[in-house]
Design a protein. Structure first.
Length: 318
Protein backbone atom coordinates (compact mmCIF):
# COMPACT_ATOMS: atom_id res chain seq x y z
CA UNK A 1 0.00 0.00 0.00
CA UNK A 2 1.36 3.45 -0.83
CA UNK A 3 1.40 6.23 1.70
CA UNK A 4 -2.07 7.18 2.76
CA UNK A 5 -3.17 10.36 4.41
CA UNK A 6 -5.79 10.59 7.13
CA UNK A 7 -7.44 13.87 8.06
CA UNK A 8 -9.69 14.24 11.08
CA UNK A 9 -12.23 17.02 10.57
CA UNK A 10 -13.66 18.70 13.67
CA UNK A 11 -16.47 21.26 13.58
CA UNK A 12 -16.18 23.58 16.55
CA UNK A 13 -18.55 26.24 17.80
CA UNK A 14 -17.62 27.92 21.09
CA UNK A 15 -15.53 24.98 22.24
CA UNK A 16 -12.77 26.84 24.16
CA UNK A 17 -13.29 24.66 27.20
CA UNK A 18 -12.61 21.43 25.43
CA UNK A 19 -10.79 21.97 22.16
CA UNK A 20 -7.17 21.75 23.29
CA UNK A 21 -7.72 18.54 25.22
CA UNK A 22 -9.63 17.00 22.36
CA UNK A 23 -7.00 17.88 19.78
CA UNK A 24 -4.18 16.52 21.95
CA UNK A 25 -6.06 13.30 22.39
CA UNK A 26 -6.69 13.00 18.65
CA UNK A 27 -3.01 13.64 17.89
CA UNK A 28 -2.10 10.78 20.24
CA UNK A 29 -4.53 8.51 18.45
CA UNK A 30 -3.16 9.52 15.08
CA UNK A 31 0.34 8.72 16.30
CA UNK A 32 -0.85 5.28 17.36
CA UNK A 33 -2.33 4.74 13.92
CA UNK A 34 0.87 5.84 12.20
CA UNK A 35 2.87 3.47 14.39
CA UNK A 36 0.73 0.48 13.45
CA UNK A 37 2.82 -0.47 10.46
CA UNK A 38 2.59 -4.18 11.07
CA UNK A 39 -1.08 -4.53 10.14
CA UNK A 40 -1.00 -3.51 6.53
CA UNK A 41 -1.51 0.11 7.43
CA UNK A 42 2.01 1.25 6.75
CA UNK A 43 2.80 4.77 5.78
CA UNK A 44 -0.19 6.60 7.21
CA UNK A 45 0.32 10.32 7.62
CA UNK A 46 -2.30 12.13 9.59
CA UNK A 47 -3.42 15.66 10.33
CA UNK A 48 -6.34 17.50 11.88
CA UNK A 49 -8.57 20.18 10.43
CA UNK A 50 -10.63 22.27 12.82
CA UNK A 51 -13.50 24.24 11.33
CA UNK A 52 -14.35 27.15 13.59
CA UNK A 53 -18.00 27.78 12.89
CA UNK A 54 -17.96 31.48 13.81
CA UNK A 55 -17.25 30.96 17.51
CA UNK A 56 -17.68 33.94 19.79
CA UNK A 57 -15.27 32.68 22.42
CA UNK A 58 -11.52 31.95 22.20
CA UNK A 59 -11.87 28.92 19.95
CA UNK A 60 -10.03 30.48 16.98
CA UNK A 61 -7.21 31.76 19.20
CA UNK A 62 -6.77 28.20 20.41
CA UNK A 63 -6.75 26.88 16.85
CA UNK A 64 -3.93 29.31 16.02
CA UNK A 65 -2.06 28.27 19.13
CA UNK A 66 -2.45 24.57 18.34
CA UNK A 67 -1.27 25.23 14.79
CA UNK A 68 1.85 26.99 16.12
CA UNK A 69 2.58 24.09 18.44
CA UNK A 70 2.09 21.48 15.78
CA UNK A 71 1.84 22.20 12.09
CA UNK A 72 -0.27 19.07 11.65
CA UNK A 73 -3.17 21.01 13.13
CA UNK A 74 -4.88 23.07 10.45
CA UNK A 75 -7.75 25.49 10.80
CA UNK A 76 -10.51 27.04 8.85
CA UNK A 77 -12.58 29.89 10.16
CA UNK A 78 -16.08 30.87 9.07
CA UNK A 79 -17.02 34.53 8.91
CA UNK A 80 -20.01 33.79 11.15
CA UNK A 81 -21.96 30.85 12.57
CA UNK A 82 -23.31 28.78 9.67
CA UNK A 83 -24.11 25.58 11.55
CA UNK A 84 -22.76 22.13 12.20
CA UNK A 85 -23.57 20.64 8.77
CA UNK A 86 -22.04 23.46 6.70
CA UNK A 87 -18.97 23.26 8.95
CA UNK A 88 -18.63 19.57 8.18
CA UNK A 89 -19.06 20.16 4.44
CA UNK A 90 -16.46 22.93 4.46
CA UNK A 91 -14.01 20.73 6.35
CA UNK A 92 -14.49 17.80 3.99
CA UNK A 93 -14.25 20.07 0.97
CA UNK A 94 -10.93 21.47 2.13
CA UNK A 95 -9.43 18.25 3.48
CA UNK A 96 -10.35 16.05 0.52
CA UNK A 97 -7.86 17.98 -1.59
CA UNK A 98 -5.03 16.12 0.12
CA UNK A 99 -6.51 13.32 2.23
CA UNK A 100 -7.18 9.71 1.21
CA UNK A 101 -9.45 9.02 4.15
CA UNK A 102 -11.38 11.48 6.27
CA UNK A 103 -12.88 11.10 9.70
CA UNK A 104 -15.44 13.53 11.08
CA UNK A 105 -15.90 13.80 14.83
CA UNK A 106 -17.46 16.34 17.22
CA UNK A 107 -15.12 18.57 19.18
CA UNK A 108 -16.42 17.26 22.50
CA UNK A 109 -15.26 13.67 21.67
CA UNK A 110 -18.54 12.25 22.97
CA UNK A 111 -18.09 9.77 20.16
CA UNK A 112 -15.28 7.47 21.14
CA UNK A 113 -12.11 8.58 19.28
CA UNK A 114 -10.37 5.35 20.33
CA UNK A 115 -12.45 3.69 17.63
CA UNK A 116 -10.69 5.63 14.86
CA UNK A 117 -7.88 3.05 14.49
CA UNK A 118 -10.55 0.39 13.99
CA UNK A 119 -12.20 2.55 11.34
CA UNK A 120 -8.87 2.92 9.57
CA UNK A 121 -8.38 -0.85 9.61
CA UNK A 122 -11.78 -1.35 8.00
CA UNK A 123 -10.82 1.23 5.41
CA UNK A 124 -7.58 -0.65 4.77
CA UNK A 125 -9.74 -3.74 4.33
CA UNK A 126 -11.69 -2.07 1.54
CA UNK A 127 -14.56 -0.15 3.17
CA UNK A 128 -15.28 3.29 1.72
CA UNK A 129 -17.58 4.40 4.51
CA UNK A 130 -17.29 3.32 8.13
CA UNK A 131 -20.16 4.36 10.39
CA UNK A 132 -19.66 5.02 14.06
CA UNK A 133 -22.73 3.55 15.72
CA UNK A 134 -23.71 4.18 19.34
CA UNK A 135 -24.67 0.99 21.08
CA UNK A 136 -25.32 2.80 24.31
CA UNK A 137 -26.79 6.24 24.81
CA UNK A 138 -27.08 6.19 28.60
CA UNK A 139 -25.17 9.45 28.73
CA UNK A 140 -27.86 11.26 26.73
CA UNK A 141 -30.90 12.49 28.59
CA UNK A 142 -34.10 10.43 28.56
CA UNK A 143 -35.72 13.18 26.52
CA UNK A 144 -33.01 13.19 23.86
CA UNK A 145 -32.99 9.40 23.60
CA UNK A 146 -36.76 9.11 23.26
CA UNK A 147 -37.16 11.96 20.80
CA UNK A 148 -34.25 10.67 18.72
CA UNK A 149 -35.78 7.21 18.61
CA UNK A 150 -39.20 8.54 17.66
CA UNK A 151 -37.59 10.66 15.00
CA UNK A 152 -35.70 7.80 13.40
CA UNK A 153 -38.89 5.74 13.40
CA UNK A 154 -40.85 8.53 11.75
CA UNK A 155 -38.21 8.96 9.07
CA UNK A 156 -38.20 5.22 8.49
CA UNK A 157 -41.99 5.28 8.06
CA UNK A 158 -41.61 8.09 5.56
CA UNK A 159 -39.27 5.89 3.59
CA UNK A 160 -35.98 7.55 4.51
CA UNK A 161 -33.10 5.22 5.12
CA UNK A 162 -30.84 6.26 7.97
CA UNK A 163 -28.30 4.23 9.88
CA UNK A 164 -29.88 4.02 13.36
CA UNK A 165 -27.85 5.53 16.19
CA UNK A 166 -25.31 6.99 13.82
CA UNK A 167 -24.67 10.71 13.80
CA UNK A 168 -21.73 12.37 12.13
CA UNK A 169 -18.90 10.24 13.49
CA UNK A 170 -17.66 8.37 10.44
CA UNK A 171 -14.76 7.61 8.18
CA UNK A 172 -15.05 8.18 4.46
CA UNK A 173 -12.67 7.45 1.64
CA UNK A 174 -11.64 10.19 -0.73
CA UNK A 175 -14.00 8.99 -3.43
CA UNK A 176 -16.92 8.71 -1.03
CA UNK A 177 -16.36 12.31 0.08
CA UNK A 178 -16.05 13.46 -3.51
CA UNK A 179 -19.34 11.77 -4.31
CA UNK A 180 -20.96 13.42 -1.30
CA UNK A 181 -19.70 16.82 -2.39
CA UNK A 182 -21.26 16.24 -5.82
CA UNK A 183 -24.65 16.55 -4.16
CA UNK A 184 -25.42 20.17 -4.88
CA UNK A 185 -28.07 20.87 -2.27
CA UNK A 186 -27.48 23.91 -0.10
CA UNK A 187 -29.37 22.52 2.82
CA UNK A 188 -27.73 19.20 3.32
CA UNK A 189 -28.67 16.72 6.03
CA UNK A 190 -25.44 14.79 5.65
CA UNK A 191 -26.30 11.60 7.50
CA UNK A 192 -29.36 11.17 5.29
CA UNK A 193 -27.35 11.46 2.09
CA UNK A 194 -24.50 9.11 3.02
CA UNK A 195 -26.56 5.89 2.72
CA UNK A 196 -27.50 6.99 -0.82
CA UNK A 197 -23.88 7.09 -1.94
CA UNK A 198 -23.45 3.36 -2.23
CA UNK A 199 -19.92 1.90 -1.82
CA UNK A 200 -18.88 -0.77 0.60
CA UNK A 201 -19.68 0.20 4.17
CA UNK A 202 -18.63 -1.00 7.57
CA UNK A 203 -19.42 -0.02 11.13
CA UNK A 204 -17.79 0.24 14.50
CA UNK A 205 -19.82 0.33 17.70
CA UNK A 206 -19.07 2.49 20.70
CA UNK A 207 -20.54 3.87 23.87
CA UNK A 208 -21.40 7.56 23.76
CA UNK A 209 -19.93 9.36 26.76
CA UNK A 210 -21.10 12.59 28.39
CA UNK A 211 -19.61 15.91 27.33
CA UNK A 212 -16.42 16.54 29.36
CA UNK A 213 -16.86 20.31 29.50
CA UNK A 214 -18.92 23.10 28.03
CA UNK A 215 -22.56 22.67 27.13
CA UNK A 216 -24.40 21.25 24.14
CA UNK A 217 -24.41 23.55 21.14
CA UNK A 218 -27.71 22.01 20.14
CA UNK A 219 -30.41 23.59 22.28
CA UNK A 220 -33.96 22.28 21.79
CA UNK A 221 -34.84 24.92 19.21
CA UNK A 222 -31.84 24.05 17.03
CA UNK A 223 -32.58 20.34 17.47
CA UNK A 224 -36.15 20.76 16.25
CA UNK A 225 -35.02 22.86 13.27
CA UNK A 226 -32.41 20.23 12.43
CA UNK A 227 -34.94 17.40 12.68
CA UNK A 228 -37.46 19.21 10.49
CA UNK A 229 -34.74 20.00 7.95
CA UNK A 230 -33.89 16.32 7.86
CA UNK A 231 -37.45 15.33 7.01
CA UNK A 232 -38.10 18.01 4.43
CA UNK A 233 -34.77 17.69 2.68
CA UNK A 234 -34.91 13.91 2.45
CA UNK A 235 -38.48 13.13 1.57
CA UNK A 236 -41.60 14.64 0.04
CA UNK A 237 -43.76 12.22 1.99
CA UNK A 238 -45.40 15.02 4.05
CA UNK A 239 -46.84 16.55 0.88
CA UNK A 240 -48.20 13.16 -0.09
CA UNK A 241 -49.69 12.78 3.38
CA UNK A 242 -51.58 16.01 2.75
CA UNK A 243 -53.06 14.51 -0.37
CA UNK A 244 -54.17 11.47 1.60
CA UNK A 245 -55.49 13.62 4.43
CA UNK A 246 -57.34 15.79 1.92
CA UNK A 247 -58.89 12.74 0.31
CA UNK A 248 -60.05 11.39 3.67
CA UNK A 249 -61.48 14.79 4.58
CA UNK A 250 -63.40 14.87 1.29
CA UNK A 251 -64.81 11.41 1.89
CA UNK A 252 -65.88 12.48 5.37
CA UNK A 253 -67.44 15.60 3.90
CA UNK A 254 -69.46 13.48 1.48
CA UNK A 255 -70.73 11.50 4.45
CA UNK A 256 -71.67 14.79 6.08
CA UNK A 257 -73.63 15.81 2.98
CA UNK A 258 -75.58 12.58 3.06
CA UNK A 259 -76.21 13.06 6.77
CA UNK A 260 -77.41 16.64 6.22
CA UNK A 261 -79.77 15.58 3.44
CA UNK A 262 -81.30 12.89 5.64
CA UNK A 263 -81.77 15.37 8.50
CA UNK A 264 -83.37 17.83 6.08
CA UNK A 265 -85.81 15.19 4.88
CA UNK A 266 -86.65 14.33 8.46
CA UNK A 267 -87.15 18.03 9.22
CA UNK A 268 -84.43 18.17 11.88
CA UNK A 269 -82.19 20.86 10.36
CA UNK A 270 -81.36 23.00 13.42
CA UNK A 271 -79.83 19.99 14.92
CA UNK A 272 -76.78 20.29 12.61
CA UNK A 273 -75.00 23.08 14.45
CA UNK A 274 -72.32 21.02 16.19
CA UNK A 275 -71.41 18.94 13.18
CA UNK A 276 -71.15 22.14 11.15
CA UNK A 277 -68.79 23.72 13.66
CA UNK A 278 -66.68 20.59 13.96
CA UNK A 279 -66.27 20.12 10.25
CA UNK A 280 -65.55 23.81 9.71
CA UNK A 281 -62.76 23.83 12.26
CA UNK A 282 -61.45 20.52 11.09
CA UNK A 283 -61.28 21.56 7.45
CA UNK A 284 -59.76 24.91 8.39
CA UNK A 285 -57.09 23.13 10.37
CA UNK A 286 -56.32 20.65 7.63
CA UNK A 287 -56.03 23.45 5.10
CA UNK A 288 -53.73 25.55 7.24
CA UNK A 289 -51.44 22.64 8.02
CA UNK A 290 -51.37 21.71 4.35
CA UNK A 291 -50.52 25.23 3.32
CA UNK A 292 -47.78 25.28 5.94
CA UNK A 293 -46.22 22.07 4.72
CA UNK A 294 -46.37 23.13 1.09
CA UNK A 295 -44.95 26.50 2.10
CA UNK A 296 -42.05 24.73 3.77
CA UNK A 297 -41.15 22.98 0.54
CA UNK A 298 -41.51 26.15 -1.48
CA UNK A 299 -39.23 27.81 1.05
CA UNK A 300 -36.68 25.04 0.57
CA UNK A 301 -36.95 25.43 -3.21
CA UNK A 302 -36.36 29.15 -2.89
CA UNK A 303 -33.21 28.52 -0.88
CA UNK A 304 -31.93 26.03 -3.43
CA UNK A 305 -32.76 28.24 -6.39
CA UNK A 306 -30.98 31.21 -4.85
CA UNK A 307 -27.89 29.04 -4.83
CA UNK A 308 -26.15 31.09 -2.19
CA UNK A 309 -22.83 29.84 -0.86
CA UNK A 310 -23.19 27.35 1.95
CA UNK A 311 -20.64 29.18 4.04
CA UNK A 312 -18.01 31.89 3.89
CA UNK A 313 -14.45 31.17 4.90
CA UNK A 314 -12.68 34.04 6.56
CA UNK A 315 -9.27 32.50 7.25
CA UNK A 316 -7.45 29.29 6.43
CA UNK A 317 -4.49 28.02 8.43
CA UNK A 318 -2.65 25.36 6.48
N1 LIG B 1 -21.35 22.76 16.21
C1 LIG B 1 -21.04 23.62 15.17
N2 LIG B 1 -21.90 24.64 14.86
C2 LIG B 1 -23.08 24.82 15.52
C3 LIG B 1 -23.42 23.91 16.55
C4 LIG B 1 -22.54 22.87 16.87
O1 LIG B 1 -19.98 23.49 14.55
O2 LIG B 1 -23.80 25.76 15.19
C5 LIG B 1 -20.42 21.66 16.55
C6 LIG B 1 -20.02 21.58 18.02
O3 LIG B 1 -18.92 22.43 18.29
C7 LIG B 1 -19.66 20.11 18.16
C8 LIG B 1 -20.64 19.44 17.21
O4 LIG B 1 -21.08 20.45 16.29
O5 LIG B 1 -18.35 19.84 17.72
C9 LIG B 1 -21.82 18.81 17.92
O6 LIG B 1 -22.39 19.71 18.82
P1 LIG B 1 -22.77 19.31 20.31
O7 LIG B 1 -21.76 18.39 20.87
O8 LIG B 1 -23.03 20.56 21.08
O9 LIG B 1 -24.15 18.54 20.06
P2 LIG B 1 -24.76 17.34 20.95
O10 LIG B 1 -23.66 16.34 21.14
O11 LIG B 1 -25.22 17.96 22.20
O12 LIG B 1 -25.86 16.84 20.08
MG1 LIG C 1 -21.82 16.64 21.79
Amino acid sequence: MNTQKLTIVIPAYNEEEILVNSVHRLIDIEDQIAAKEAQGLQGIRADILIVDDGSKDRTWELVEQLHQENSRVKGLRFSRNFGHQPALIAGLNEAVKTADMLVTIDADLQDDPDKIPEMVELYAGGDDIVYGVRNNRDSDSWFKRTTAQGYYRTLHMLGVELVPNHADFRLMSKRAVQTLLDYPERNMFIRGIIPKLGFKTGRVEYKRTPRMAGESKYPLKKMIAFAWDGITSLTIAPVRLILILGTIACLLAMGMVAYAVILKILGLTVHGWSSLMVSMWFMGGVQLISLGVIGEYIGKLTTEVKDRPRYTIQTILE
